[in-house]
Design a binder for this molecule. Structure first.
Ligand SMILES: [Zn+2]
Length: 509
């Protein structure tokens, strides 16, 4: 008897679920192993090698699983029944087709060579940075660029320059055209603001920021902070790692990490708030998409809008500082005995031109991203040669931030991204900053941030984001989601207004 269309679809969806079950099991093992490696696993050479081998095995299993020709056919069969699929399933089929087609165009030999190159480049970059030797690293960067360009050319589906493809790979719908306009606005408004701040007479007291805060007390504080902002410690964990990060192991197990420095108390506070923001997003994905391919943050820009929101927009606001400072004074009596609320608020908001992106403040952060955007755009289009990168880097720092690195270690060798082949990724950080404020503007039509903070119950904020953003997971591309929530395309003027208002007050300009 011939199967009805309905039965056929049911069968296809069953096969799809079976395939995804294995994907989830593979992801679970790889996620746990990676979390373990970055937190508590020993770092001796033997352990590192043994771990790399085991992880290589699982990565290969995953590669084979995703490139299985049967799966390719299954997705095609589902495509032929698109009209009968749910909106969620339609989106999943679209994303899977895109992924399979991209992978199919890449020669497995190239794929393997590139993977080897990246692991070598990682070591070469670490050494070059430690020895401040750009020339030793340059050949690796050249080879990486060769592959990045080759892969982007082969898989190109979006119109315009090659760099558009790389941007689209990280943020669906992102283009040079969009970013040029976006960064032009930021440049026109943040650069002059920073110049005014540099001439301001306001002197910010920083001496107490390096006082000693015992590690165990900092960890306890970080946990209470996470709970307070709405992160669920029963469905996650706070661990320590060299570089703070968040990781969704499974939908009900979303972990975050922090780094404790006893002489830099706020580093822990703001790393925790930042990663907590990422964690809150993943913990509150809606039931329709939870546990599916769509059960994650929409894109890196939207994710970063949440981490930056909890870190800066909320965490560095006057209302929040005013609320937590009395508690801090109670808990850390000695460290804060001669510090006023005004001094503390100024200290956590000090804005100044600096060389290192990861240590930069709320105001200047996007300028660091602008430098990288300009440079990678030129590197990909070929108008900038790798050998000229240090000079070009230093010139842009001079032009945007008014300072120049004295060496490449604090210049173009500082970030890990390019040695990992991540070209097109940096802009997401700056987009996240701007999106956090655009979302805030919409939120404030019905929910006042300041009033909510003053009520000492932050859950309505989390619930607002859940209802308008988290619920959809990856159902919509980032810019489509942004428009759906705010009714507008990306509009960086809100972000610039916010920065001008906040920092003009602090620096009395
Ligand atoms: Zn982040």
């Amino acid at each position: 008897m011939e199967k009805t269309k309905d039965q056929e679809l049911k069968l296809l969806l069953k096969q799809f679920d079976k395939h995804y079950e294995k994907t989830k099991a593979l992801n679970y093992v790889m996620n746990v192993a990676s979390f373990d490696a970055q937190t508590i696993a020993p770092k001796n050479d033997g352990a590192v090698n043994e771990r790399s081998e085991a992880m290589g095995f699982w990565a290969l299993e995953d590669f084979k699983h995703q490139n299985d020709p049967t799966y390719d056919r299954l997705i095609s069969d589902l495509q032929s029944q698109l009209a009968d699929l749910t909106p969620e399933m339609k989106r999943i089929v679209f994303l899977e087709r895109k992924k399979i087609d991209q992978l199919k165009k890449i020669d497995p030999k190239d794929y393997q060579d590139y993977a080897v190159l990246l692991s070598q480049a990682q070591v070469a970059w670490e050494k070059a940075k430690a020895n401040d030797n750009f020339d030793a690293y340059a050949p690796y960067l050249e080879k990486i660029l060769f592959y990045v360009r080759k892969f982007a050319t082969l898989t190109k589906t979006v119109a315009g320059p090659l760099y558009n493809q790389l941007l689209d790979d990280y943020e669906e719908g992102n283009t040079i055209e969009k970013l040029d306009a976006f960064f032009a606005t930021l440049k026109a408004r943040i650069v002059p603001l920073l110049k005014k701040i540099q001439q301001s007479k306001v002197k910010i007291r920083m001496d107490f920021m390096s006082r000693k805060f015992p590690k165990h007390e900092q960890l306890a504080y970080a946990k209470s902070l996470l709970t307070f902002i709405g992160y669920d410690l029963n469905a996650g964990v706070l661990a320590e790692s060299v570089h703070p990060f968040s990781s969704e192991i499974t939908p009900s197990d979303v972990r975050v990490t922090t780094h404790i420095y006893e002489d830099n108390f706020i580093s822990n506070i703001y790393s925790t708030a930042h990663e907590g923001g990422h964690g809150i997003y993943e913990q509150n994905i809606g039931p329709k998409v939870k546990g599916t391919i769509l059960g994650h943050g929409a894109a890196m820009s939207i994710h970063e809008s949440q981490s930056r929101f909890y870190e800066n927009v909320l965490g560095r606001s006057y209302a929040f500082t005013e609320m937590v400072f009395p508690e801090l004074k109670k808990q850390f009596k000695d460290q804060f005995k001669d510090v006023t609320l005004a001094e503390y608020y100024q200290a956590i908001n000090e804005a100044k031109a600096s060389l290192i992106r990861t240590e930069s403040d709320e105001l200047t952060y996007s300028l660091h991203i602008m430098v990288r955007y300009e440079l990678e755009k030129r590197l990909i289009e070929g108008s900038l040669k790798v050998k000229d990168l240090p000079t070009a880097w230093n010139e842009l720092y001079q032009s945007y931030l008014g300072i120049k690195p004295k060496n490449d270690r604090t210049g173009c060798l500082q970030d890990v991204h390019w040695s990992g082949g991540a070209f097109g990724y940096f802009p997401s950080y700056a987009l996240g900053n701007a999106i956090s404020i655009q979302l805030l503007k919409t939120m404030e039509k019905t929910l006042s941030l300041e009033k909510t903070i003053k009520s000492k119950d932050l859950i309505p904020i989390r619930d607002w984001f859940t209802k308008h953003v988290y619920v959809y997971g990856k159902l919509y591309p980032p810019f489509v989601l942004l428009k759906k929530v705010t009714g507008e395309d990306l509009n960086p003027s809100y972000y610039c207004d916010y920065l001008e208002e906040k920092f003009s007050k602090i620096y009395k300009i």
